[in-house]
Design a binder for this molecule. Structure first.
Ligand SMILES: Cc1ncc(COP(=O)(O)O)c(C=O)c1O
Length: 376
């Protein structure tokens, strides 16, 4: 039995986490996991609590987290950066908010390829900007691809491009070639890029390429955001890392003063994760790939479709076969499975649902089987 098995629906509900707040339905929506975190992180956090480590951020911990981040991206992805190009923030979205509020003139245009993580679609308008959604394409092999022609057409009048890799919700891990195409468009049209790599720890390290590592010119227009919060399940501890290199270091300096402070317990968790979490992460990723294979084999004989995710624990399921307006609502009411409704991830995706499979395998199996029974 794996260390990730064994959290039943009842156990999860008793922990009173957000994802499991429904009385009857199984929680497969918000991006948190049912696995707690790595034992080394748990131990460090217990000790911090018993030491009363509950004050403001000490300088040594800020430094330790920046060093750990730089060392992790080099070790896992071969991206060599200096620790002083890393800044702590309370969340990944903090970086996007800082760019929207302090790097763009009001009324700017933000390109968001869809389907997309929900806040990418609604945050820009809160700062007086316009979002251009560029729907993506499915190729002949059933793989989600960015629509480069659509992006290029939108880029002529745009100011910021939101890149998400690994891609929530499709689970794609973009190739070097795909990332270069994005970068070439950004350079040609002088776009800023918010590059969200929060899910990178949940990709095979040999498959994930940090966007900025591809070309020094890409660094000049990019703010990269990463965190231990998805891979190590620490979202509630509020710590993320913004990385700016090349010309962006200077450009971002005044903007970064608007970032909210990271929480010290989150920084401690991130430091331990990035210093010594590789083994736990490898086991986690292997378990998640097992869940992917299971779901893939169950869906193969059903009316539901997905394109097999390459990274992360999110699956993007086409539920058009259900023949209803709002499949997420139908699955919640009639199959006791709570997921994110496709409509919230972009226009034209009303028949999709986003399924979080970071649960124990038998929980995943029971939920998918109930969905298949409903859909046929
Ligand atoms: C792609 C992506 N970016 C950002 C976030 C949110 O991160 P944070 O809580 O650090 O803002 C999430 C959370 O699910 C996410 O999936």
């Amino acid at each position: 039995m794996s260390q990730f098995d064994g959290s039943s629906e009842e156990t999860m509900r008793s922990r009173r986490l957000l994802k499991w707040e429904d009385e009857a339905a199984s929680g497969h929506w918000v991006a948190e996991m049912d696995f707690g975190t790595a034992p080394a992180i748990e131990e460090a956090l217990h000790k911090a609590l018993s030491d009363g480590f509950l004050g403001y951020m000490p300088r040594w911990l800020d430094e330790r987290t920046r060093v750990a981040t730089a060392s992790m991206v080099q070790r896992r992805f071969g991206w060599k950066i200096e620790p002083d190009t890393v800044q702590l923030a309370s969340s990944v979205l903090d970086g996007l908010r800082a760019m929207l509020g302090h790097m763009l003139k009001p009324g700017s245009t933000v390109i968001v390829p869809t389907p997309a993580y929900m806040p990418f679609l609604f945050l820009p308008s809160m700062y007086g900007h316009k979002v251009v959604q560029v729907p993506s394409l499915i190729d002949e092999d059933g793989v989600w691809r960015l629509d480069y022609e659509g992006i290029e057409a939108a880029a002529a009048d745009a100011d910021l491009f939101v890149l998400c890799n690994p891609w929530n919700p499709t689970g794609r891990v973009l190739t070097e070639h795909e990332l270069r195409r994005v970068g070439d468009i950004a350079v040609r049209h002088d776009l800023l890029v918010f590059n969200d790599e929060i899910h990178a720890p949940l990709a095979d390290p040999s498959a994930h390429t940090p966007y900025v590592s591809l070309d020094p010119e890409f660094a000049n227009h990019t703010v990269t955001a990463i965190a231990a919060s998805k891979g190590f399940n620490l979202a509630g501890l509020h710590c993320a890392q913004m990385i700016t290199t090349g010309e962006m270091t200077k450009r971002f300096e005044p903007v970064s003063r608007w970032l909210n402070h990271a929480a010290p317990l989150g920084a401690l968790g991130a430091s331990v994760a990035f210093e010594s979490g590789d083994e736990w992460l490898a086991d986690l990723n292997e378990y998640l790939r097992g869940n992917v294979d299971l779901i893939d084999s169950l869906l193969a004989d059903s009316a539901l479709n997905w394109s097999k995710p390459e990274g992360t624990y999110l699956g993007w399921i086409d539920a058009a076969a259900l023949g209803v307006e709002d499949p997420a609502e139908e699955f919640l009411k009639k199959a006791d499975v709570r997921m994110n409704a496709g409509a919230t991830l972009g226009k034209g995706y009303e028949k999709f649902v986003r399924f979080n499979f970071a649960s124990s395998r038998d929980v995943v199996q029971r939920s998918i089987e109930r969905m298949i029974n409903l859909a046929g």
